[in-house]
Write a protein that binds this ligand. Structure first.
Ligand code: KIV
Length: 298
């Protein structure tokens, strides 16, 4: 299983690594078997899976629900639960309670928190009690209203210096890695060079130790135009639409279900005359009661 020590080793040995988001059992199982070493149950699930315009409405209960499913699917990956807005902002005690639930109830191995400042002290406390912390600096979506939108951060010297100082402070507080999102490539590379712990970039250029993407972005399983930093490796939205259209057409024309999709009693032949598309008789329907295993998602 990948641990935070392995992640540090990746950096020490100069091995670049991939991180992806996972929000459910199936994607976690597939990505885990594909050898992705870190799966992030990101609060981006609020926008990707739940249709919110920002990540702010996502609750701790939403996150735990998805994190539990991911933990059921993954066997090898390091699992990181994203602490949602207002689950760690009220007090350090609240942060400890929320992070504890990610580990104790949802089977996460680490948590991610956005921002510097107060988060540095929270990182120190969580690390002290054995909950590894991934930091997140730059374009931090939970600050969307303060940033005036989802805007690239760290373009001015002042901002760049602040992000660098926060990164160093998080490292000193015990963070095992830091996500750098939406910052100029030069800044991300400079921070990566300065830190002992690994950086994980998204929209931060090639100079970070790891890269993270939202799974649905790389799969092309979205409805809109992807951000500039996304590379699409598939176009699943189009494939799903064309599969659904083909299925609908087969149902309409009686091509589906075919004999190979039917259950029969005692091996008797499936109903042959489907050319009329007429419904089966009650007698024929009773043939469907059998001992074959029926399950979903097979
Ligand atoms: O919520 C998320 O998916 C994230 C990543 C994009 C880093 O924070």
């Amino acid at each position: 299983m990948t641990t935070v020590l392995d992640v540090q080793r990746f950096k020490d040995e100069g091995r670049r690594f991939a991180v992806l988001t996972a929000y459910d059992f199936l994607s976690a199982r597939i990505l885990d078997e594909a050898g992705i070493p870190i799966l992030l149950v990101g609060d981006s699930l609020g926008m990707v899976m739940l249709g919110y315009r920002t990540t702010l409405p996502v609750t701790l209960e939403d996150m735990l629900h998805h994190a539990k499913a991911v933990a059921r699917g993954a066997r090898q990956a390091l699992l990181v639960g994203d602490m949602p807005f207002m689950s760690y902002h009220a007090s350090t005690e609240q942060a400890i309670t929320s992070a504890g639930r990610f580990v104790q109830e949802a089977g996460m191995h680490a948590v991610k928190l956005e921002g510097g400042g107060r988060v540095v002290e929270i990182t120190r406390r969580l690390t002290e009690i054995g909950i590894p912390v991934m930091g997140h600096l730059g374009l931090t979506p939970q600050f969307v209203h303060q940033m005036g939108g989802f805007k690239v951060q760290g373009k001015t010297d002042k901002q760049a210096a602040q992000i660098t100082a926060d990164a160093v402070a998080l490292q000193e507080a015990g963070a095992f890695s830091i996500v750098l999102e939406g910052v100029p490539s030069e800044l991300a590379a400079a921070i990566t060079h300065k830190l002992r712990i690994p950086t994980i970039g998204i929209g931060a250029g090639p100079g970070t130790d790891g890269q993270v993407l939202v799974l649905h972005d790389l799969l092309g399983l979205t409805t809109g135009k992807p951000p500039k930093f996304v590379k699409r490796y598939a176009n699943l939205a189009e494939q799903i639409a064309s599969a659904a259209t083909a299925y609908s057409e087969d149902v309409r024309t009686g091509k589906f279900p075919g004999p190979e999709h039917e259950y029969t009693a005692n091996g008797s032949a499936p109903a042959k005359d489907r050319s009329q598309g007429s419904p089966r008789t009650l007698g024929e329907a009773s043939e469907f009661v059998g001992s074959e295993e029926v399950r979903y998602g097979g």
